[in-house]
Design a protein around this ligand. Structure first.
Ligand SMILES: [Cu+2]
Length: 546
């Protein structure tokens, strides 16, 4: 399938207007001891008053300061301020700091400040090992968001261009401008991960626990070729927390974090543990999480069947660093013993995914070499869950799949000048999938006596290469040009039906030439304008292929 995306104009972030302030009318020259008052109300972006906000006033001439906290009505007042010019600072956790400069305080007058708090812009300072991109800001989920989210996709469902298709509790499928599943490329810690569910009920993102997602970059529009390829919807890149090393002067760094939650509806509870023990050059980390829930109850008090789920995740990281080098290996294990699907006559009865990811990075003046080798193995079983109405369907319909991802990536960042960076890379990804449905006793010839071989040794090998030129012309204007090639080889073994009644269909498929090669080319050209911290605009052209 080939699709061209033309002229995607993406206003990225738009914030509310600045804090407004008004002050009273002029008065005649004040006597030497004259005083006035500053008072006001602090409101959040929705207009609700904010109690407990820290407010400080500072006299610009004398640096004399006073502080106060807003009352339950969100208001504050400073009486008896010497006449003059003041600066007011309002600090509320979770919002941008508001500074109102040069407020005139006049004798026997009240200066009124109406403070509208703003949500801080999405952070754009990409960390050293995180995916690098000119087009998107990173989302860093907070612990309360992690505890609230049933699955990792919910952590970024409010990002521009994203919507979720709800499946099982752990398996929301992210759609980028309506394109999901294999149209949206998923990169987890630099690994390309495929769905091992032949029915595509479970997105590969469901193998990543919310507690392991430290940073998420969603590219729903023009994806740079260095982050794209093999997808027409865009790319979702999830990074777990970077290894923590002891700082200078610290002999041993140790940190422990634990979270837990309970939600009465559906008896949903779970938690996570994070542990790091590190020296200056060696770091060991562990993240584990567990969550379970039974069926939830809707607003009318009815139980919604097949909404139960349980999940366990472990990830272990071992890393070492030198002055310019970093080498890390992460192993993870994801286990779902059961997960109901309220929207399908099929449930997940087991999913075990294990992965290994080796990462090397070497940085030099302004540039870096980044290389990874990765492997993931997923055993996935579906069947009709115990609470499904089975008439006239059979009681049992096992479907077992086995998926394997194997690949490498090599990326080079080469600064050409103070303004321009050239990125080049090469990657390989191999995915193998088997899908077999065991015979059901007594159900021949429809579902027996043989095993239904739906996919036998289905394999897909992709080798991709790209080059990309990023130019920062000023603090406001950036251009990005990229080209990439992906060559894809696909093949599969012969299929087989449950019985001879499927023989004609199987024979027709088996007679086809199943070895196929595709040579695909992608291109992007993007112009980005960031007039201020509150907004950014992109105009671009992309040719994408899947
Ligand atoms: Cu499945």
């Amino acid at each position: 399938m080939r699709v061209k995306l033309l002229l995607a104009l993406l206003p990225a972030v738009c914030l509310l207007g600045p804090a407004k302030y008004t002050h009273a009318q002029q008065s005649s020259a004040p006597p030497p001891t004259a005083t006035g008052r500053i008072a006001g109300v602090v409101k959040d972006p929705l207009g609700a008053v904010v109690p407990g906000a820290k407010v400080e006033v500072k006299n610009l001439a004398s640096d004399f300061t006073r502080t106060a906290t807003t009352n339950p009505e969100g208001s504050f007042a400073f009486d008896g301020l010497a006449v003059g010019h003041y600066q007011t600072t309002i600090v509320v956790s979770g919002f941008e700091i508001v500074i109102v400069r040069d407020i005139a305080v006049l004798a026997d007058r009240e200066t009124v400040l109406d403070i509208a708090l703003r949500i801080p812009p999405l952070k754009t300072d990409i960390e050293v090992n995180a995916p690098e991109t000119e087009t998107s800001a990173a989302i860093r989920p907070q612990p309360d968001e992690v505890a609230r989210s049933r699955n990792t996709a919910e952590l970024f469902e409010n990002a521009p261009g994203v919507s979720l298709r709800e499946n099982g509790q752990l398996a929301s499928v992210p759609l980028l401008h309506g394109m999901g599943d294999e149209r949206a490329r998923l990169v987890v810690n630099g690994m390309t991960v495929s769905s091992a569910c032949a029915n595509h009920m479970n997105p590969p993102l469901s193998y990543v626990a919310p507690s392991q997602a430290a940073e998420i970059v969603v590219m729903a529009g023009i994806t740079p070729v260095s982050m794209g390829g093999d997808s027409i919807g865009g790319t979702i890149a999830v990074e777990s927390r970077q290894p923590v090393f002891a700082k200078a002067g610290e002999r041993l760094h140790q940190e422990t974090a634990a979270t837990g939650f309970y939600r009465s509806n559906g008896q949903n509870y779970g938690g996570s543990i994070t542990e790091w023990i590190s020296g200056r050059n060696l770091a060991m980390g562990y993240v584990g999480s567990w969550t379970t829930n039974s069926d939830y109850t809707d607003g009318s008090g009815h139980k919604v069947t097949s909404t139960y789920a349980q999940s366990t995740d472990h990830a272990v990281t071992l890393a070492t660093q030198g002055a310019r080098n970093f080498l890390g290996v992460e192993g993870s294990l994801h286990h779902v013993p059961y997960q109901g699907f309220p929207n399908a006559q099929m449930d997940m009865v087991r999913n075990v995914a294990e992965s290994l990811n080796l990462h090397f990075r070497r940085s030099y003046e302004g540039g870096a070499l980044d290389a990874r080798v990765f492997w993931q193995n997923t055993w996935h079983s579906m069947n009709i869950g115990h609470d499904k109405s089975t008439f006239p369907m059979p009681m049992n319909m096992p479907m077992n799949t086995h998926g394997r991802d194997l690949g490498y990536t090599v990326k080079l960042d080469l600064p050409l000048s103070a303004l321009q960076t050239l990125r080049a890379g090469n990657e390989l990804h191999r995915f193998v999938l088997d899908d077999r449905w065991p015979a059901v006793a007594g159900a021949a010839p429809y579902m027996g006596p043989d095993t239904f071989v739906s996919i036998d040794n289905g394999r897909r090998l992709r080798v991709g290469s790209f080059a990309e030129l990023a130019s920062k012309w000023s603090s406001q204007w950036t251009t990005l040009f990229g080209l990439r090639n992906d060559t894809v080889w696909t093949n599969a073994g012969p299929v087989q039906g449950y019985s001879s009644m499927y023989s004609a269909d199987a024979a027709a498929f088996n007679a086809l030439n199943r070895a196929i090669r595709d040579v695909n080319f992608d291109a992007t050209a993007t112009l980005r304008f960031e007039p201020n911290a509150a907004g950014s605009y992109e105009l671009g052209y992309a040719r994408k292929t899947r």
